[in-house]
Design a protein around this ligand. Structure first.
Ligand code: MFK
Length: 564
């Protein structure tokens, strides 16, 4: 890879031209991923999947290195044809057209449900997701929902729908592969889904048809969708909603009861055709009972939240790879950026946060794989339920921070659209919003703690630290503080809710630190690699504790400060 500064040949006054950052194979170059897989996967499985990981790692590099030679494109929506027929056609970008081929060839969804790899299925799958995500231009978004739909249908026990849809969702052949949407968000309910207004009516023919408006349907190009609707005549609230399965086209390939109103004009993820749609008599099948739809769709939420965490990691890793490469190439004040202590210190801080986030997110994938394979203990299942929203809320925010810092590491060039760098930041901003905002997820974590307490989290944390053979008193002290905070707020609902984000971050960072400590001990003894240990020291120095208990009245006064 050329790392030299270049001069503009033939120019009258020879002026300096900075070489652009380039990526190498994103699997081979990823010490964190490779070291993690070496610890967690059986050697035979790792050797089997490695060629595939290398291919996706090369695809990631090629997609970035060639991107400057290709014009950027966005999906184009055509509601009517020239003759006045309603067609609702969406022309996709080249990366999205390649999506089904890549997703099925590498088994992006199938790998996560592969019984042959047992409890390791999800780690294998999320390694693929992590390598593919940025190059996919968020084709991973509908893949996440399809994975969620397969998981929710399997959990529903509806044999007919499982037989019809799941093999298509898990297909390894683009010709038979189906994408599924999760059409949940409405104008009244992005977070408060219980306010959904879409109505389900049963006709004289016994068929259910849906009527309503869905406000953020990112997988509108899919062949199927899981959605929520309120059966006619039932009451209000989330428990009165039912979960329905529908197919978007009829046997002749025409939209069935679905009208696309327009594509969203979004800050980022612009290659992803997120649509507003109307359901106007769309034929649909209840997946299970005609109520408790929110509970029934929850498996989709949990799966897509883990995808969100891993995609956030992928963005962080991409940012770091670019910033590191550039630091070799770029000189200022007579030294490369990599010889400048403050720049090095800044990159090291980003790397430490990323490494901790990596181990947390992939640990959630491990737990999911164990739960799915039926080998997880009750404690592990409880931990999975808690760590899923925690991993999502932390990594979403962190990706924005690291993307922002990365743009700064490029100086003014980081602010220029045609470097491709601003897109990383704009795209990253979706992570804290999509599939539940930070606050909704912090409250979800609170709901879990109210059900099962902190014991599963604390036992697992202590077990991880005990296994390192070191004391790690600082991590345990912050864990003690979190437990004390929770006990102290037990009778104060307002304080509990107001402090839920601080509690969530503290639980997350303590657990991520314990996971990083476990990996650092392993890497030191097995690979003689000190880098995870250095990452841990830095991560601890950034601080684990975010517990807050502010005066609620003061908070209300400040938040409502509309008048001079
Ligand atoms: C990548 C490209 C993106 C493109 C742009 C996208 C921009 C943004 C577009 C969006 O709109 S994304 C938003 C997606 N929406 C969400 O993620 C929903 C966020 N809201 C929540 O997660 C709320 O917490 C929730 C809707 C679940 C609350 O609803 P309710 O009706 O108040 O539910 P409730 O009563 O708390 O829970 C109902 C049942 O579900 C309970 O079980 P029981 O009936 O047995 O008591 C809960 O325990 C269960 N439940 C809720 N969340 C769960 C869960 N179970 C397991 N896991 C969960 N996560």
């Amino acid at each position: 890879m050329a790392r030299s500064r270049r001069r503009c040949a033939g120019a009258a006054a020879m002026s300096f031209v900075q070489s652009a950052p380039e990526l190498g194979n994103q699997y081979r170059d990823d010490r964190v991923l490779r070291s993690y897989l070496a610890r967690t996967l059986p050697a035979a499985l790792r050797e089997t999947i490695e060629p595939d990981l290398e291919l996706l790692g090369q695809h990631a590099a090629d997609a970035w290195n060639e991107r400057t030679h290709r014009p950027r494109s966005e999906p184009v929506f055509t509601p009517w044809d020239a003759w006045g027929n309603r067609v609702d056609r969406i022309a996709l970008t080249p990366a999205w057209q390649e999506g089904p081929g890549i997703a099925t060839r590498h088994g992006l969804i199938a790998a996560g449900h592969d019984e042959a790899t047992g409890e390791h299925a999800r780690v294998h799958q999320f390694a693929l997701v992590y390598l593919y995500h940025v190059a996919s231009e968020f084709y991973t978004c509908p893949l996440a929902m399809t994975d969620g739909a397969a998981t929710a249908l399997k959990a529903s026990g509806n044999a007919a729908l499982i037989a019809r849809a799941v093999p298509r969702f898990l297909s390894r052949d683009a010709a038979t592969f189906w994408l599924s949407g999760q059409w949940m968000t409405e104008t009244a309910g992005g977070s408060d889904v219980g306010r959904s207004e879409t109505e389900a009516r049963r006709g004289a023919d016994g068929q259910w048809r849906l009527y309503g408006r869905k406000w953020f349907t990112s997988a509108v190009v899919g062949e199927a969708a899981l959605t929520l609707a309120r059966p006619e005549g039932v009451g209000s609230g989330g428990s009165a909603l039912a979960m329905f399965y529908l197919e978007t086209h009829d046997a002749e390939g025409r939209w069935q009861g679905v009208r696309i109103d327009r594509l969203k004009d979004k800050l980022g993820t612009r290659e992803l055709p997120t649509a507003e749609i109307h359901l106007d008599g769309a034929l649909a099948t209840p997946v299970g009972e005609l109520r408790n739809g929110v509970r029934m769709i929850a498996p989709v939420l949990n799966i897509t939240r883990l995808w969100n965490a891993v995609c956030s990691l992928a963005t962080m890793r991409r940012c770091l790879a670019l910033a590191r490469d550039y630091a070799h190439r770029r000189s200022a004040f007579g030294r490369t950026l990599l010889e400048q202590p403050l720049h090095v210190d800044t990159l090291a801080g980003m790397q430490a946060e990323f490494e901790a986030a990596f181990h947390l997110s992939f640990h959630v994938a491990e737990l999911l794989g164990r739960a799915q394979a039926g080998v997880a203990s009750a404690g592990e299942r409880a931990l999975l339920r808690l760590l899923t929203p925690l991993a999502k809320l932390w990594t979403g925010k962190l990706a924005v921070k690291i993307a922002s810092e990365t743009l700064e590491a490029f100086g003014g060039m980081g602010y220029l659209e045609d470097t491709g760098l601003p897109q990383l930041l704009r795209d990253a901003q979706v992570y804290p919003i999509w599939e539940g905002t930070t606050n909704v997820l912090a409250l979800d974590a609170l709901r879990v703690l109210e059900g099962g307490g902190l014991a599963p989290w604390r036992h697992a944390l202590d077990a991880l630290l005990d296994a390192t053979g070191a004391d790690h008193a600082a991590i345990r002290a912050d864990a003690d503080a979190a437990e004390a905070w929770l006990r102290g707020c037990a009778d104060d609902r307002l304080a509990l809710e107001a402090g839920a984000r601080g509690l969530a971050l503290t639980l997350t960072r303590c657990f991520a630190a314990a996971l990083l400590a476990r990996h650092a001990a392993w890497a030191l003894s097995v690979q003689a690699d000190r880098r995870p240990h250095a990452a841990l020291q830095r991560f601890l120095a950034h601080g684990l504790q975010h517990l807050r208990r502010h005066d609620i009245d003061d908070a209300a006064t400040l938040a409502n400060d509309f008048h001079p």
